[in-house]
Design a protein around this ligand. Structure first.
Ligand code: URA
Length: 434
């Protein structure tokens, strides 16, 4: 078999067999197939696509390129959740303790991620003492004892995806639906959970911006999950404005705590209830989505979800006092309120640009090795659809560097679009794919 022939066939719109995909992924992972040939293949796939069978085979090859986690020592059916990412998305940190408080085990591996803030793991690291690395034995023990553990992804989880993603990132081939689906699902399958819930974002702050593409991505991933024997569903949720009000690592932890106390933003709370209900449903812990939502709401109202979060923080070495007194979390040295430049309705928030504000302040990383400032970010005061008078505060920026603050201010004002008419708002939940 020659990689040249496979590239040529895909370039001409042909189909790759299971054996050929195996040859390509194992050869690329072990270094026999060079980056330049894989880059050409990625571009051919970008333009010609992969059919359903090719996408499934690629996913399974990448999942099996490293360790397939064996979570069988964990009692009960385990559920995992993944988000395609968005601005202010801190749902995992609310969902995990909520679902664990219900009694369903959550054993989750999360990434750090590149983007406007860090990933779930970075956010957790803003809690003093919190450890995101556990041995596999401690990981399993914690899940058995308290129903919840959340750690960073190990090096051995789907290494083919890691290598391939790095190449996609520099060859403009990230935003191809089959490649995204295979990338996400290979890690989910290797992570060993019995059931999976996918939060596929759509809108100006999402990786996939058009609703029809988000739906195609969701359908592709749900099919892969089911074919691999995992009960899988996807929620298409709105990312045409940020989720909640806080963007930035430690700032998001504060919003997580408020949400677990029952004082969270409406959109964030609602989405967590919808995703949480799907998680419970997919492990057959409830008979209906409606009752699951009511039961999860009750776990917030009666304090059980927050209690579980505190138990989880302590179990992974975190300082519980920082949860009770959030002034102990990292905080920035400068805060500045940004006033509205005029009067009218906020008709649009360019959500990518809002994310870029956090990035400019230092809250995210450009490359996987760049440093990240856990204390910076922004707190929104106004969101799409709201009426503002000139001088009303749109957002508060949290910064440590006056120069970055200046650039962030400009970016923030570009992100808000104010006009005289009231806009219609998209729904929070666009669709659920079962
Ligand atoms: N997230 C992933 O894990 N992979 C992709 O390809 C895109 C987003």
């Amino acid at each position: 078999m020659r990689m040249y022939d496979l590239i040529q066939r895909k370039r001409n719109g042909g189909v790759l067999s299971d054996d050929e995909i195996h040859y390509m992924i194992s050869g690329f992972t072990n270094g026999e197939i060079p980056d330049y040939q894989m880059s050409a293949m990625l571009m051919a796939i970008y333009f010609k696509g992969l059919n359903e069978k090719e996408t499934l085979t690629l996913t399974l090859e990448m999942a099996h390129s490293g360790d397939m986690l064996d979570l069988s020592p964990i009692q009960g059916k385990i559920v995992d959740k993944h988000s395609t990412g968005g601005v202010g998305d801190k749902t995992s940190l609310i969902l995990a303790p909520m679902v664990a408080a219900f009694g369903v085990p959550v054993a989750k591996m999360s990434g750090r991620g590149l983007g406007h803030t860090g990933g779930t793991i970075d956010k957790l690291e803003s809690i003093p003492g919190f450890s995101t690395t556990l041995t596999i034995n401690d990981f399993i023990r914690n899940v058995n004892e308290i129903k919840l553990a959340l750690v960073g992804q190990t090096q051995d989880l789907a290494p083919a995806d890691k290598k391939l993603y790095a190449l996609r990132d520099v060859t403009a081939t990230v935003d191809q639906i089959s490649l995204i689906a295979a990338s996400i699902m290979s890690k989910k399958l290797a992570s060993g959970a019995d059931a999976i819930v996918l939060d596929v974002k759509t809108g100006s702050g999402a990786l996939i911006k058009r609703e029809e593409d988000s739906i195609t991505l969701a359908r592709t991933m749900v099919k892969i999950g089911k074919r691999a024997g995992r009960k899988t569903s996807a929620v298409i949720s709105d990312m045409d404005q940020p989720l909640g009000y806080c963007i930035g690592n430690a700032l998001e932890i504060k919003e997580v705590i408020e949400t677990l106390k029952g004082n969270g933003p409406k959109d964030l709370t609602e989405l967590c209830l919808v995703l949480g209900a799907q998680m419970l449903f997919n492990v057959d812990a409830v008979s209906s989505i409606e009752t699951a939502m009511d039961q999860l709401r009750e776990l917030i109202d009666n304090g059980s979800a927050l209690k579980k979060f505190i138990q989880f923080v302590k179990a992974q070495g975190g300082d519980e006092t920082a949860i009770h007194d959030t002034s102990l979390l990292p905080s920035a040295s400068i805060t500045e309120d940004i006033p509205a430049p005029g009067e009218g309705y906020i008709i649009k928030m360019h959500t990518d640009a809002i994310g870029a504000v956090s990035m400019i302040l230092g809250g995210g990383r450009q490359t996987k090795d760049s440093p990240i400032d856990l204390s910076v970010g922004l707190v929104l005061h106004k969101k799409t659809g709201e009426f503002v008078k000139k001088g009303d505060i749109l957002a508060t920026l949290h910064a440590n560097d006056p120069k970055k603050l200046l650039a962030a201010k400009e970016k923030l004002l570009e992100a808000y679009k104010i006009a005289a008419f009231q806009p219609s708002l998209p729904p929070l939940i666009h669709e659920i794919i079962l």
